[in-house]
Design a binder for this molecule. Structure first.
Ligand SMILES: Nc1ncnc2c1ncn2[C@@H]1O[C@H](COP(=O)(O)OP(=O)(O)O)[C@@H](O)[C@H]1O
Ligand SMILES: [Mg+2]
Length: 375
C-alpha cells in the first residue's frame, strides 16, 4: 500500500527561483503517474521533494497518510532511478544491485534471493558478474532499475530514466517498464519531457509548465480535451494546428470560418458548445494533423493550400503546407490512403486542397487560451 499526496507543495530555491507553485496531487496506491513538461518546468524538483532529496519550502507531502516533510530519504520507503544511472564502475552488476541491502546488513542468502530474482525479471541474469563498462546503455539502465527494485520500496520514482538511450532502445525499454510495472505492482511516479513516454506509460499524466500544473488526466482525457492551448500543443506529434478564426452562432448552430471557408462545428464538440452556450467571437481553432484530409477543388469546405515540404515517414506522410494568407499547417496522411498517382504529385509547390470535419475541432479562447469547453 502506498498512496502519495501533495498539498500546496512549493519550492523556492536559494536564488529565489520559484520552481514549483502550489502543487496539488493525490496519487492512488499502485497508480502510474507521469510528470511531463518542457525542460525547467519543475518536474525533477517535485520528484526530489517527494524523495526527500530537496527541502520542501511550503505545503506537505504525505505517503500513506503520513506527512514525510521532515523524514530522511532513507526513511521514506522510496526507490529512485535517475537519468545518469550512477552505477559503481568497480563493482560487478551483482554487487551494484546488492549494495544498498549490504548497507542495511541484510543476510547474504536473502540478498542472493533478491538480486537473482530482480535480475530474472529484468533479463540481466547472464550479466551479473560483469562490470558496468561491459554493458550497453540499456543493460546499465536495467541494473539501475534492479538496484531500486530490491529495496522493497513502497514508491518507485524515475527521473528521465530513458533519456540517455538511443531511440530504438528507448522504445524497447518503454515496453519493458510497462511489463516491470505489472510485475512490481507498486506506485510509480515517472518524470519525462517526452509526451510519447507520458502517453504510453501513464495511468494519469500531470502536464507542467513554469512550475504550475496545467492539467491532470488520463492520456485520453488530455488528448481529447486539453484544458488549454499549451496542453493541446504539447500532447500529440506533430503538434496540433492552431488557426485564429471567428466562432459564429447562426440558427442554433455554431460555425467557424478558417481561411474564409465556413464550416459547421458539429459532432460531440458542437453539441458541447451548444450545451455551454459558448460565446461567439474570436477563437483559436485547433485541428490535429491526423484529422485533416486531402480534398478536391469544388468539394464543400475545401481549403486551398500549397505544399512546402513532404516528409515521407514510411506508413504516413507529413505534409507541411501553407494557406493563401501564409498560415503554415501540418497534415498527416496515411500513405495507404493516397489515390493512385497522387503520391508523385506531392512535391514542393504543388497546389492542393485540404479539409476537416466539425467533430475534430478544438476551440480555445483567443485571449486566455483556455478550452472553451472547460467546466
Ligand atoms: N539547485 C537549484 N538551484 C536553483 N535553481 C534550480 C536548482 N535546481 C533547479 N533549479 C531551477 O528550478 C526550475 C525547475 O528545475 P527542474 O525541476 O530541474 O526542471 P525539470 O526537471 O522540469 O527540467 C528551473 O528553472 C531550474 O533552473
Ligand atoms: Mg529534470
Amino acid at each position: 500500500m502506498a498512496s502519495v499526496k501533495l498539498t500546496k507543495v512549493k519550492k523556492v530555491y536559494d536564488n529565489n527561483v520559484v520552481a514549483v507553485h502550489d502543487f496539488d496531487l493525490d496519487i492512488k496506491d499502485k497508480e502510474f503517474v507521469v510528470f511531463v513538461g518542457p525542460s525547467g518546468c519543475g518536474k525533477s524538483t517535485t520528484l526530489r521533494m517527494i524523495a526527500g532529496l530537496e527541502e520542501i519550502s511550503d505545503g506537505t507531502v504525505e505517503i500513506d497518510g503520513e506527512v514525510v516533510n521532515d523524514l530522511q530519504p532513507k526513511d521514506r520507503n522510496i526507490a529512485m532511478v535517475f537519468q545518469n544511472y550512477a552505477l559503481y564502475p568497480h563493482m560487478t552488476v551483482y554487487d551494484n544491485i546488492a549494495f544498498s541491502l549490504r548497507l542495511q546488513k541484510v543476510p547474504e542468502d536473502v540478498i542472493y534471493e533478491k538480486v537473482t530474482n530482480a535480475a530474472e525479471i529484468l533479463g540481466i541474469t547472464e550479466y551479473l558478474l560483469r562490470k558496468p563498462r561491459a554493458l550497453s546503455g540499456g543493460q546499465r539502465q536495467r541494473v539501475a532499475i534492479g538496484r531500486a527494485m530490491v529495496r522493497n520500496s513502497k514508491v518507485f520514482l524515475m527521473d528521465e530514466p530513458l533519456s540517455n538511450l538511443d531511440a530504438k532502445l528507448r522504445n524497447q525499454m518503454r515496453a519493458e517498464i510497462i511489463l516491470l510495472r505489472q510485475k512490481l505492482d507498486t506506485t510509480f511516479i515517472y518524470v519525462t519531457h517526452d509526451q510519447t513516454e507520458a502517453m504510453t506509460l501513464g495511468d494519469r499524466i500531470v502536464i507542467m509548465k513554469d512550475g504550475y500544473i496545467q492539467q491532470v488526466g488520463t492520456p485520453t482525457e488530455v488528448f481529447e480535451m486539453p484544458k488549454n492551448l499549451f496542453v493541446a500543443e504539447f500532447i500529440g506529434a506533430p503538434k496540433m494546428n492552431i488557426i485564429r478564426t471567428e466562432l459564429v452562432k447562426e440558427g442554433g448552430n455554431y460555425y467557424v470560418k478558417p481561411f474564409g471557408v465556413k464550416m459547421i462545428a458539429d459532432g460531440v464538440k458542437g453539441e458541447m458548445l451548444k450545451a455551454k452556450g459558448a460565446e461567439a467571437g474570436e477563437v483559436l481553432l485547433g485541428v490535429r494533423p491526423e484529422h485533416i484530409q486531402l480534398a478536391h477543388a469544388g468539394d464543400a469546405n475545401a481549403i486551398p493550400v500549397t505544399l512546402e515540404v513532404n516528409e515521407m515517414m514510411g506508413s504516413e506522410l507529413h505534409l507541411h503546407v501553407y494557406t493563401e494568407d501564409g498560415t503554415r499547417l501540418i497534415v498527416r496522411i496515411p500513405t495507404i490512403d493516397l489515390e493512385p498517382g497522387e503520391r508523385e504529385k506531392l512535391v514542393s509547390g504543388h497546389k492542393m486542397y485540404i479539409t476537416f470535419q466539425g467533430k475534430v475541432m478544438h476551440f480555445f479562447n483567443a485571449e486566455t487560451e483556455e478550452n472553451l469547453l472547460n467546466d
